[in-house]
Design a protein around this ligand. Structure first.
Ligand code: ZN
Length: 206
């Protein structure tokens, strides 16, 4: 595994559309492992391949909806249904450091994606997780959250209104990172979410 450099706003690669992943091979596994290591060294809630300069439709999202922090891997993710109801909340981005903003997004979505082996799965999610996944899919389409921001906020303002789970997670990761830096080790890793893959119905196949 290796840390990858995160591209910052202003880099044209962040505005390009990423290509579908077609090879579920060792190279993809390496990319995902590197994205894991990179996100673990930051306090981000998600990271998409184009943010490290790889224009492929793959991203990670931290899932805080269970009892443990877990990393969700989404390959070729697409939103297949949206709720009409919108949710307005603040977002930040590792590629747009120190800037936060309010963004309106559908409150509930159903996502279809593949895992690192190419198995198709679907996921219903809402609120914070639905938002995080939509933010990452936007990266795959070359869209930064700052484009859709209705109001910009300072980090302090953002922390006051962000989802409580996200605020706690950011604190935990920051502490883990500081502890690791002191002891010269790596921050503890976040487990990968084990997806139970539902076989696709009918003739649909991977
Ligand atoms: Zn982002």
């Amino acid at each position: 595994m290796a840390l990858r450099k995160i591209l910052l706003q202003g880099d044209k690669a962040l505005l390009r559309t990423s290509r579908e992943v077609t090879d579920f091979d060792a190279r993809l596994a390496q990319l995902l492992d590197d994205l894991h290591e990179t996100i673990e060294s930051e306090e981000g809630m998600g990271l998409a391949a184009p943010q490290v300069g790889v224009l492929r439709r793959a991203c990670l999202v931290i899932d805080l909806t269970g009892t443990e922090d877990e990393v969700l891997e989404l390959i070729n993710p697409e939103i297949i249904t949206y709720s009409e109801e919108l949710d307005t909340a603040c977002e930040g981005c590792l590629s747009v450091p120190n800037i936060w903003g309010m963004v309106d997004r559908p409150k509930e979505v159903r996502v279809r994606a593949q895992d690192r082996f190419g198995n198709v799965f679907e996921l219903d999610c809402d609120n914070y997780l639905a938002r995080a996944i939509q933010h990452e899919i936007d990266h795959l389409d070359g869209i930064l959250f700052s484009k859709n921001t209705t109001r910009f906020l300072s980090e302090k303002e953002a922390e006051l209104i962000m989802d409580g789970r996200e605020r706690e997670f950011r604190k935990r990761r920051k502490n883990a990172r500081l502890l690791a830096a002191k002891s010269g080790t790596k921050p503890s890793s976040i487990n990968s979410r084990k997806i139970i893959v539902q076989p696709a119905d009918g003739a649909e196949s991977v």
